[in-house]
Each structure stands twice: as structure tokens, then as C-alpha cells.
Design a protein around this ligand. Structure first.
Ligand code: F6P
Length: 376
């Protein structure tokens, strides 16, 4: 493959600490080392469809390493195969605008597209590659749920924020003898709740991968109170399944690549604990605090390594690949492999086992109910 004359770069999906460090690394490596200009595309695939893009100046990337967010902007909408257009009567019409997007790429002279995004963006990247576009992916998500890479950037920052929030909640929980429920992000995977909960010393962690029972959660909270610890910290992932199997969905929006907006399980869990134990409960939804602000040093380094590797791959003429961390090295993996499955928490994962060893409960500790489900 020949080297590209121009590289297009976009960030897609939810933002994430470290995106700017990737932008900086791609722009500097491509321009500085290979003399290939990088065109920044605004607001992800939406900006690509609308043709909103401009060449990045080497100097404007100077202070990006520690900045949160993305200087290019991003959106959860704009999938070229599921694109929200205004309908005739003001309603939204979902359309396939992929042909127009391909035209835009040609018109702008973008020989390679570097897509920085999560699962949804990698699916779009793979479809574009299937239509002949040279694409290099960079894995991003605080949820850490991309299977092909050991870890994504943004995750470490989110875990640090959760851990600090639990530290703060613990002192007020213990002063007031309350059960504090903290709801954290994690749509399909409980990595943030697991790692953040362990780091913060949560007593109970509820994640999508380990079905929980109310009776088990109540029992642990009551046992702690009986042993003199009249407070508990319950860390719940937004995507954890209720005992009846349901998720708590806050809203749906068909314009989004993934229509469902999760949120609200913390309130459900807190209410049920208050009813089931008579202990005072409060709920904190950490929400977008987990995505905003400055990345940790770990995420800055990982994002930089990913950005350098993506620029190198693009300048080599690679296509249809995503850069991934495997062990200590960054390697290109086929996009098809990257989108084949999500990386969820194996219920017997060493961190789950370590958590159990230090007394963390996952709400699955009781034997199955023999009372027709009354204790659920
Ligand atoms: O995928 C990352 C993520 O932070 C999820 O954990 C969360 O469900 C989602 O994004 C929230 O998206 P939005 O900012 O669009 O509400």
C-alpha cells in the first residue's frame, strides 16, 4: 500500500479523557515524522457527512496532552447507515447517507481515515473499510469493553474518579450510619464498577455480568450493621440487571447509534435497600463526572502510544485495522476481530476473586430461593 497524502481524523461516540492526547499524537507523528498532513473532522461522522473539517496545525496540538474532552468535538449520532435527517414535518427521518460520506472523503482527498471511538464507531469504521475506505481505528471508551485490546484509554481515569468518590462517600456514610449507593457508568460491562469499587473499598458491587438477588444484598448490609459497621457502600453499574432481568433505561433516542440511554438503577437499588433493611439510604449518580476533566498519567501515555501507532499504521498504508494493547506492545488487529464481541467481566475474573477474598459481595452469595421466589 502507498502512503497517504492526507489523513482524516475524527473522534466518535461519547467523549473520554485522553482523546486530545490521541489527536496530538496522530497529528505530530503523521506531520512531524512523515510529512503527512492531518485533517481534523468536527463532531465525528456528523461532521464528515456535513463536510466540516480543517487541516490541523502542528502548533495547536502543543498543550493538548492533559486536556479533557476532544478539541474536534464528538457525537453519539451520525452513523452514515442510520443518519438522522430532518423530515418534511419537522420529525426525524433515519436515512442511509453512506454514499454521500464516501463522496466527502474523496472530495477532501482523505486517503486514510483514523477513527477514534468505541464499539459503535468501530462498527462504522469496519463498514467504511468494507466500502473501500482505508481506515485505522483507535479504541476509546471509559467502559473498557472492547474485546480486542487489553485496555482502552479513559478507563483508568474513570476508575480513579470512582475510587475518589467512594472515599468521600465513605466518610459521610460512616458519620450518618447510612447505606450509600453509587451508580457508575458501564453499559454492557461492569469494569468501572468492579475496578472502581475495589479501589474505593466498596462493600457490595453490582455488575451486569453477575446476576444479583435482593435478599443477598439486604443480608450483607444488615450483617454489617449487626457487626457494628452501620454503613455500607454499594457500587452499581448503570447496566446491571435487576433480579427480574430488566435494565433501567432512562430514555431512548432513535437518532443515537445506540438508542438507549441507561441510568436510574442507583435509585432503584437505594429504594429497595431502604425498604428491605430499614436502613437509611442515599444515592449518588456519578454520571459524566467520570468522563470529564484531565486524564491520568496512565491514560495520557496509553493514548499517546495508540495515537503514534495509528499514525504509523496509516502512513504505512495499513487499512481495516484497530491499534490495540496486547501485553506491553501496541499491535494492529483486524477491525473485524475488534467488533466481533464485547469485553465483559468474566464472573471468575481474578479481580472478582480478589474482591470476594477481601469481603466484597456481588449479590449472588445466597443459595437459590426455595420459597417460590419470595426472597428475591
Ligand atoms: O460508552 C460510554 C458511556 O459513558 C456509557 O458508559 C454510558 O452509558 C454512555 O456513554 C452515556 O452516553 P451519553 O453521554 O450519550 O449519555
Amino acid at each position: 500500500m502507498t502512503a497517504p497524502r492526507r489523513i482524516g481524523l475524527l473522534t466518535g461516540g461519547g467523549d473520554c479523557p485522553g482523546l486530545n492526547a490521541v489527536i496530538r499524537a496522530v497529528a505530530r507523528t503523521a506531520r512531524g515524522r512523515h510529512g503527512v498532513p492531518v485533517v481534523g473532522i468536527e463532531d465525528g461522522f456528523e461532521g464528515l457527512y456535513e463536510g466540516r473539517m480543517r487541516e490541523l496545525d502542528y502548533n495547536e496540538t502543543a498543550t493538548l496532552i492533559g486536556e479533557g474532552g476532544t478539541m474536534l468535538g464528538t457525537t453519539n449520532k451520525g452513523d452514515p447507515w442510520h443518519y438522522p435527517l430532518p423530515g418534511e414535518n419537522g420529525e426525524v427521518r433515519i436515512a442511509d447517507v453512506s454514499d454521500r460520506v464516501l463522496e466527502r472523503i474523496r472530495e477532501a482527498g482523505l486517503d486514510t481515515l483514523v477513527v477514534v471511538g468505541g464499539d459503535g464507531s468501530m462498527h462504522i469504521a469496519a463498514r467504511l473499510a468494507g466500502r473501500g475506505v482505508r481506515v485505522v481505528g483507535v479504541p476509546k471508551t471509559i467502559d473498557n469493553d472492547l474485546a480486542a485490546t487489553d485496555v482502552t484509554f479513559g478507563f483508568d481515569t474513570a476508575v480513579s474518579i470512582v475510587s475518589e468518590a467512594i472515599d468521600r462517600l465513605t466518610t459521610t456514610a460512616s458519620s450518618h450510619h447510612r447505606v450509600m449507593v453509587i451508580e457508575v457508568m458501564g453499559r454492557y460491562a461492569g469494569w468501572i464498577a468492579l475496578a472502581g469499587g475495589v479501589a474505593g473499598g466498596a462493600d457490595t458491587i453490582l455488575i451486569p455480568e453477575i446476576p444479583f438477588r435482593w435478599a443477598s444484598v439486604f443480608r450483607h448490609v444488615r450483617e454489617r450493621a449487626r457487626r457494628g459497621r452501620r454503613y455500607s457502600i454499594v457500587c452499581v453499574a448503570e447496566g446491571a440487571k435487576l433480579p427480574d432481568g430488566g435494565e433501567v433505561v432512562k430514555a431512548t433516542d432513535e437518532r443515537r447509534t445506540d438508542a438507549r440511554q441507561l441510568g436510574g438503577i442507583g435509585e432503584v437499588v437505594a429504594t429497595r435497600i431502604a425498604q428491605g433493611t430499614d436502613l437509611e439510604t442515599r444515592v449518588t449518580v456519578l454520571g459524566h463526572l467520570q468522563r470529564g476533566g484531565t486524564p491520568t498519567a496512565h491514560d495520557r501515555i496509553l493514548a499517546t502510544r495508540f495515537g503514534v501507532a495509528a499514525a504509523e499504521a496509516a502512513c504505512r498504508g495499513d487499512s481495516g485495522v484497530m491499534v490495540a494493547l496486547r501485553g506491553t506492545g501496541i499491535v494492529p488487529v483486524p477491525l473485524q476481530e475488534a467488533i466481533a464481541s464485547l469485553r465483559t467481566v468474566p464472573p471468575a475474573h481474578p479481580l472478582v476473586q480478589a474482591a470476594r477474598a477481601v469481603g466484597v459481595r456481588f449479590g449472588d452469595e445466597m443459595p437459590p430461593a426455595t420459597d417460590g421466589g419470595a426472597s428475591r
